[in-house]
Design a protein around this ligand. Structure first.
Ligand SMILES: [Mn+2]
Length: 266
């Protein structure tokens, strides 16, 4: 049995398929963690969802911003943006099954036996793993619950600042979702900056979320995607950035979680 993690698919099915062939992925024995953003922008989101649904017992997705956006649009009856190339997904008769699959997925996963934590964008430097799992549990209950539309309506509100415990439940949902799925940089005061998408040298006044003393001492590996401009480089052994910009012409990255071996799609 092997555990793998793969970077953002964003509708790129062929490179995923080549990576799985490279490691002879066996869905009856192995498990595949997807770091989120399995859909949107790329050519074949429908094929990605079909594959993930077919192998649903062998996969776990830590939801990304695009996955939650798809859930939000369908729940709120909004059309997809043409640039997301999701029309085939919206037209599919199997859309309800794909949405059920996404909704059942977590937003963060801790694998204590492998000293690994997986989420789409990362973990806030002030959150312990226990805090993060508690926050993840809260938002998972929100997007699975019957009031999910209320949370989605608030999802693109201005990023709430301040202590999570002081926020309303809707603002808390948005703050936690933004951290797990959209974070790249923090201000020197520790607030999320949701505008800059550049590489780590492009924003001298901001700090990459993982550039923090606590993580340098941590025995836990943090496996994440979302930040294509890093091109997989964090210069920290336990910070594993798997979004290598496949949808933008780069390779797709895969990690063997137990051995740390990495694979790039050709
Ligand atoms: Mn993303």
């Amino acid at each position: 049995m092997a555990l793998y993690a793969v970077g953002d698919l964003q509708g790129c099915f062929a490179p995923l398929s080549r990576l799985l062939d490279m490691v002879a992925f066996n869905p009856s024995k192995d498990h595949l963690y997807l770091v989120g953003d399995v859909v949107a922008r790329g050519p074949d989101s429908l094929a990605c969802l079909e594959f993930l649904y077919h192998h649903r017992d062998a996969i776990t997705i830590t939801l990304g911003n695009h996955d939650l956006h798809l859930l939000a649009c369908t729940t709120l009856n909004r059309s997809p943006s043409p640039k997301d190339k999701l029309q085939a997904v919206f037209d599919s008769p199997k859309l309800p099954q794909y949405l059920d699959l996404l909704r059942a997925q977590p937003i963060a996963v801790h694998l204590p036996n492998y000293n690994s934590f997986i989420s789409h964008a990362g973990i806030h430097p002030t959150w312990s793993i226990q805090d993060a799992l508690k926050y993840a549990h809260f938002v998972e209950q929100c997007y699975r619950g019957k009031d999910a539309n209320e949370y989605y309506l608030n999802m693109y509100a201005k990023h709430p600042v301040g202590e999570l415990s002081m926020l309303s439940k809707h603002a808390r949902f948005t703050a936690i979702v933004n951290t797990f799925t959209r974070m790249r940089y923090l201000s020197t005061q520790g607030e999320l900056d949701l505008l800059n998408k550049g590489g780590t040298n492009d924003c001298p006044t901001l700090v990459p979320w993982f550039d923090c003393k606590r993580f340098k001492k941590s025995k836990t590996s943090f496996i994440f995607g979302h930040w294509a401009a890093l091109k997989g480089v964090t210069n920290m052994k336990n910070m594993i950035a798997l979004d290598t910009g496949c949808v933008w012409g780069g390779p797709m990255s895969m990690l063997n979680i137990a051995t740390n071996e990495q694979y790039l799609s050709k």
